[in-house]
Design a binder for this molecule. Structure first.
Ligand code: FES
Length: 218
């Protein structure tokens, strides 16, 4: 399985990668809390996903990128994502945070926010909530580690691609590439393989091919 970024064109997905749409659901207090699968696409060995944001056959590419002269230049660079994270330490957990990978999924804001929860991770409930919030962060912006072992605490994710939707805010989020599927640049270089990454599908990101949250800009 892999995802190849084509130059100024779509993502070419190969290897029968499952594709589905999932929605972010709020709890009774209005916090982002859970995921709900709302659509499964028929399995295809290969398919092309729009990354310019203008296809009339979304999520698939219909060739519009060529008509609009889409500039899909990859600007992310090939540094390891967590090379320069902000870091917060609590008694039990360390939180690593790479702010420019934020996709505004907002799972991290509940119960005082993951930053405070990490500082208070000596309290079991705070520790558990911090882990839950980090594991729901689709982009992998937020990674929590067990402080004693240094081990990253990661969710188990099926190799798949998810179209993220957030109906409560009418937001159409990025493509969530899950389970360690390699993403290969148009130059043929593989980006760091991670359990959770999110790819731009609106064409506006300043950190292509990754989402930087620009889809919420008017
Ligand atoms: S990338 Fe082809 S239509 Fe958007």
């Amino acid at each position: 399985m892999n995802v190849t970024v084509s130059r100024n064109g779509p993502y070419i997905v190969t290897g029968s990668v499952p594709l589905r749409t999932m929605e972010i659901c709020n709890d009774a207090e209005g916090n982002c809390r859970t995921w709900k699968t709302v659509h499964e696409f028929p399995l295809q060995e290969q398919y092309a996903l729009c990354r310019c944001g203008h296809s009339k056959n979304k999520p698939f590419c219909d060739g519009t990128h060529a008509k609009i002269h889409f500039d899909g230049t990859e600007t992310a660079g090939n540094e390891a994502y967590l090379r320069h994270p902000d870091s917060i330490e609590g008694e039990e957990l360390r939180l690593e945070d790479v702010g420019n990978l934020c996709v505004h999924a907002r799972f991290c804001m509940r119960a005082g926010g993951i930053w405070n929860l990490t500082r208070n991770s000596g309290i079991p409930e705070a520790r558990d909530t911090a882990i839950e919030e980090a594991c729901n962060c689709p982009s992998g912006r937020l990674v929590v580690r067990d402080r004693k072992s240094g081990r990253a605490i990661e969710p188990e994710l099926e190799k798949s691609i998810v179209l993220i939707e957030y109906p409560a805010r009418h937001e159409h989020g990025p493509l969530w590439v899950r389970g360690g599927i390699p993403v290969v640049s148009a130059d043929g270089e593989s980006y760091e393989v991670r359990n959770r990454v999110t790819l731009c599908r609106c064409g506006k990101s300043g950190n292509k091919p990754f989402c930087d949250g620009s889809h919420i800009r008017p």
